[in-house]
Design a protein around this ligand. Structure first.
Ligand code: GNR
Ligand code: NI
Length: 188
């Protein structure tokens, strides 16, 4: 080992504080790990901050508007999103839940980083009140409509092991599954 390596590791004793941000691999349908139900976040520490940074970095690189921890094989209840035009409004939700404010369903074309290449119309309640905690554990609430409402509901579904393809007709889902399985075999 080189001297420089020794001095480096001896100086930085707490690795989690200097861990550089990292791109995490996104699981793809029909991976059974996408069906796991995430457990609540109970510890608000530096490791959680690293995970949130990684989720944002992974989401922005993949050009997604949201990402749930489940998608990177972390089965804890947290999600990130940024539905802004300029990609300058990152929002993190820890232990999120929602109440429906407006039952009226609105249809939206949905895609998913875990179901790459497929876009289908899904109907969801138009307005919801989201309750969550921030990165420090502080509780907050927001009302969401439009794309924010759609996205938050899509992400919370991930934490419960659900995917947007579950809302599609029983004819469409197996077709999507088959196509993705073929692609996975090709790239394996
Ligand atoms: O990038 C995404 N776009 C999107 C479009 C419509 C409805 C939901 C979404 S979320 C998706 C990213 C993703 O897979 N999040 O889980
Ligand atoms: Ni998704």
């Amino acid at each position: 080992m080189q001297v420089t390596d020794c001095t480096f590791s001896a100086f930085y004793t707490s690795t989690e504080l200097i861990e550089p941000m990292a791109i995490r691999q996104i699981l793809e349908f029909p991976d059974p790990r996408l069906r796991k139900i995430a457990a609540p976040v109970t510890v608000f520490d530096a490791k959680l901050e690293v995970l949130i940074d990684d989720l944002f970095e992974t989401m922005y690189l993949a050009q997604g508007i949201g990402l749930a921890a489940t998608q990177v094989n972390v089965h804890r209840r947290l999600l990130v999103l940024d539905v802004s035009e300029n990609k300058d409004s990152p929002q993190a939700f820890i232990n999120p839940s929602f109440e429906i404010i407006e039952e009226e369903l609105v249809e939206h074309d949905e895609g998913c980083l875990s179901v790459p290449g497929f876009y289908e119309t899904v109907a969801r309640p138009s307005r919801v009140k989201v309750s969550a905690q921030d990165i420090h554990g502080k509780k907050f609430e927001i009302e969401a409509e439009g794309i924010l409402s759609t996205c938050v509901q899509h992400e919370i579904d991930h934490l419960d092991g659900k995917l947007f393809v579950d809302y599609l007709s029983p004819l469409k889902r197996p077709r999507i599954r088959l196509k993705l399985e073929k692609e996975h075999k090709k790239s394996a």
